[in-house]
Design a protein around this ligand. Structure first.
Ligand code: RIB
Ligand code: CA
Length: 299
């Protein structure tokens, strides 16, 4: 099992990713940390707590993170994920809320756990960057970071250049990519190819708690987006990469992020570099099936 912290800005695809992660025997989820991104920090945190409650997982703690990026301001994505970042009502719950803030939790987990921690980062990288900046020594105790982010050889989804998570805190992304920690980057180059289609029935026909919760979230998403006929699975694919890395093909590169101007958030690759494992291809059907399988909870 891999001991992981999931840093997240739920957000509907984060929610699908969290359901799958919580059902994956390969992952020992030590805790969740929340960050502003798809919605406000308050709503991202409320959604994380509501998801755990819906899945009757009362053991995992949620650590609140950043409400401002290292530079500038966060742009939200409620136009895409729905008001408050979610398309359905989730139970209100605060009992899993921790008093330890996200960056302190990440650095203390890295420093104290028996084995080096793996981070699955599904939102802007602010929490991870702050943890590294405040306690640089923990870098050696972070085994790997799976980052959902970037658009290296394809166009962006916020601007023509930039993917949302990187766009929202480009400085933090540079801190993380330059840290020397092993990074696996799962970006739009691969994740936009993995989706659930409006006309498909497999993602909506499950009967377990996790499958029904995921189906309700995605059906709610299609209801507010008549302009789309497929639901893209970027965060769930990043969890799949942590579970079954061989589903993707990688190319090593140095990644630098443009921090301001028209190309803010652009992820530039130097293929003579080796710091980042960039996902450049994916076994689409196998990845989609793994995600689908992991939504099934053992009710
Ligand atoms: O660009 C997609 C990423 O931005 C996903 O993580 C989505 O949840 C949003 O955070
Ligand atoms: Ca996300």
């Amino acid at each position: 099992m891999t001991r992981v912290i999931i840093d997240t800005d739920p957000g509907t695809d984060d929610a699908i990713a969290l359901i799958a992660a919580l059902n994956s025997p390969e992952l020992d989820i030590a805790g969740l940390t929340t960050v502003t991104g798809n919605t406000s920090l308050q709503d991202a945190t409320r959604n994380a707590l509501g998801l755990l409650t819906s899945l009757r997982n009362f053991d995992i703690r949620v650590h609140i993170g950043a409400d401002t990026p290292l530079t500038g301001e966060f742009a939200l994505a409620e136009h895409y994920h729905g008001p408050g970042g979610m398309t359905i009502e989730l139970p209100e719950s605060v009992e899993m809320l921790s008093a330890v803030p996200a960056d302190r939790y990440i650095s203390s987990a890295a420093a104290t756990f028996d084995e080096a921690i793996t981070i699955i980062a599904l939102g802007p990288l602010t929490n991870v960057a702050v943890a590294i900046q405040r306690r640089p020594e923990v870098k050696d105790r972070i085994k790997e970071i799976f980052v959902m982010g970037g658009a290296v050889e394809v166009g962006g989804n916020v601007t023509q250049y930039a993917e949302f998570n990187i766009y929202d805190d480009p400085r933090a992304a540079n801190v993380v990519f330059d840290s020397g920690i092993p990074i696996t980057l799962v970006g739009l180059d691969v994740c936009e190819r993995v989706a659930f289609g409006l006309a498909e029935t497999d993602w909506r026909s499950g009967t377990s708690t996790g499958e029904r919760l995921a189906a309700r979230i995605i059906e709610g998403w299609f209801e507010i987006h008549p302009e789309y006929d497929r639901y893209v699975l970027c965060d769930p694919l990043t969890v799949a990469a942590a579970i079954a890395p061989d589903l993707l093909t990688y190319r090593h590169a140095g990644i630098t992020v443009v921090e301001e101007g028209e190309q803010k958030g652009r992820t530039r690759a130097d293929y003579k570099g080796t710091e980042v494992k960039v996902a450049v291809d994916v076994e689409v059907e196998s990845a989609r099936q793994l995600i689908l399988d992991r939504l099934r909870t053992a009710d």
